[in-house]
Design a protein around this ligand. Sequence first.
Ligand SMILES: Cc1ncc(COP(=O)(O)O)c(C=O)c1O
Length: 379
Amino acid sequence: MAISHRKPYNFSAGPAILPPIVFERAADAVQELRQSAHDPTAPGCGLSILEMSHRGADFDAVFKRAQALCHEVLEIPATHEVLFLQGGASLQFAMVPQNLGIAGKPAAYVDTGAWSKKAIAEAKVAGEVRVIASSAETRYDRIPELPPPASYADASYVHITSNNTIYGTEFAALPEVGEVPLVVDFSSNIGSRPVSFDRIGVAYAGAQKNLGPSGLTLVAIHRDLVERRVSDQVPLISRYATHVKASSLYNTPNTFGVLVLMLVLEWMRDHGGLEGMFQRNERKAAPLYQFLDESQLFRPHAQPGSRSQMNVVWTLDGAPEAERDAQTKAFLSAANQAGFSGLKGHRSVGGCRASIYNAFPPEGVEALVEFMRNYERQQ
Ligand SMILES: Cc1ncc(COP(=O)(O)O)c(C=O)c1O
């Protein structure tokens, strides 16, 4: 079934846009899974991906291929186990402290906004938390500078949110944290740029931005951390060791989600892998930020040096304060009518947000900039 170019342009923050070829092949596999889901001419196995056992040979082939592609395309080294779990990134907020927290050693967190705060709240349930840096004072418009690693060398781990979906800020590079394991919430920029996993103890990401549908969480954990001491109070299902031992089949996985993730990774591989994605994303984000920097009406929220390539956030701060809310509403309504969907900003920042994940087409950003330029001229 061919799916033609779909209007409107989808700027949703997540669940988010996926490549058109993925929709085609996933739709195909819903009808009947082929021996090779990425090859529409391969023989079918007689069943839909939605109705087959997660322990059968047909799904096993999909699962193994998806895992292998995580290593190959996302460049996750063999030192790290790849798990496909459920419960979203939010469950990882709880599993990380339950599995990596060590009694008497605080967990160090970098506070870069709403998602870090949720992660911190869960970590506080499990033990002591030390916030080592925060950009709360500037309304999370930047990535704060981290203190020297020696100042938190006693921590059980350091947690960062690599991309802040709501505020549109992103770590330009992973921080150097010394010997303490680095834990990264990669939910909204995984696969968007080259990353060295050598520095990472645990990385996790809800799939629903760059990797596939909601209901699937990718976890990459260094083998040395799988068996880190866990209190007897932690339920078996919340232990990384349980899922590693069961190869992510401790409970029934999101089988359809794993298939879609596999298809997305194949698309990424065919488009230059992480370096290809980085260049594609740079080409999209740079002109949008340039326009925002030059605009008299629209103002980018994130400071240069901290700007996200995935979520571009702006307000209409050029409008008189008394009119700002009404003008924002009017702009969003005009944009929606012109075929730009999902631009409404998160309620904690207000304004607008263009989520331009890997699959978002460059021409959609060009069209948006042109629309905004014309809109401003008419005001
Ligand atoms: C950076 C980040 N972390 C965590 C989450 C929460 O993910 P989930 O809803 O899958 O638990 C989100 C959701 O948008 C996110 O953007």
